[in-house]
Design a protein around this ligand. Sequence first.
Ligand code: FES
Ligand SMILES: [Fe+2]
Length: 468
Amino acid sequence: MSSMIQVNNGPTTKVPFQVTDPERIPTRRYFDEEFYKLECERLWPHVWQMACRLEQIPNLGDWAEYKILDQSVIVVRTKQGVKAFHNACRHRGAQLANGHGNCRAQGFICPFHGWRFNMDGENTFVYGKHLFSERQLEKADLALKPCRLELWGGCAFINFDDSAPSFRECIGPVADRLEAHGMSNMRSEWWYATILPANWKIAMEAFMEGYHVMRTHPQLHKASPALYNTMYGQDAGAIGQPAPSNLTVRQNIQQQLQSLELLSVGMAGMVHAKEVEIARQLLDVELPEDPVKAVPMWYGILQDQITKQLRARGEPVPDLNAVAVSDPVNAVEFLFPHYFLLPFFTSMSSYRIRPLGPESCLFEIWSLTGAAEGQEPRTPLEPTFLPYDSREYPPIPQQDYSNIPLQQKGLHAEGFEFMRLSKEKEGLISNYQRIIDGYLSGVEPEKLAKATQLLGGNFDGKIVDLGF
Ligand code: FES
Ligand SMILES: [Fe+2]
């Protein structure tokens, strides 16, 4: 099918190392300086970027800085809601804020000549006003420049392009599906950051397929080999489906539990310990003798119990069985270009990646889960910074991080011109890269937004026709 998909050369600009065969990704896209520069100029200034989690700024006047490439934006909670401003004093441009803080009492005070701005960005003080011509003191001109902002899923998203389509238009229905799973009610229990010696796309793409589980996460594969083999080996299947083997019903359930335990310990955040605890209570529930019926039924019982028990504790969780039908989400959902979520029951892992150079990126992970009112976790205001090879990471990110730098190095090898993608399971990588080409070549924003919507649910998916 993919061979029938046409890739044209884009309407305006010729893109170096463009994807011309959707199954083959040229390696220079991951380290070439010129390609990186084009991304900085044509991609990042036009896309919706996750600037901060809202629990980083819980109180009036709380602010957090978001940095991307050479830009810095202050996201601040005001009386009229969350706003964003470009981080530059209107006098001679010094940055006003660094990190995070609260500006309720003092506003933002420029460290250079002491000009002041309140949380709404209005200038409130100019030292020695009489020294300036009147036109230099015009109120509107002295206000901090606002940056476009939209709130979704417990996060503030910013866009430097005032004419870009809205966040919803770009992300599409996956935003609503994730919302139905309780995104906005989730809070972060922990937050890690690291610098990876790899291009930002290499880091993203390590999470775009489950085909790597067999070798990269052998413990997951070993716990239920039949399960993963059916997904990536021979037949078709999925988590929550019985393994096609001679296992009894109870052995099947045991295997499902073990997979959940491994995900919980290894991918802390994705399956929460409180959910595993509930699963453990259900090992002996009555089930039909046929594993083909019993395993999905057990999952249904488990989801029902998680819903009921967590609701009884006051947690704002959705009816998991209902949303599994009405708003199904994939194992990983990508919000182009740099934020993605791994939803499971009532918890998720959430990842954000930012380029620091052609071969370096900042990689963050948050755990997200629901909490009863008044019992919210103490959300960290800044990430715990660890080296990428730190043993303190949960095992699964540790394993993913170990491959990423190796891949970045291997891409430079003489004679390695392009990656060879599976058109069945690695389509998301191709679709992502071709949308990037769309930005670099100047495809109309509406077409790009439409194409971007196709990434919802595309994890482990096929190469698709993007319409340009
Ligand atoms: S640059 Fe800010 S007061 Fe002069
Ligand atoms: Fe992985």
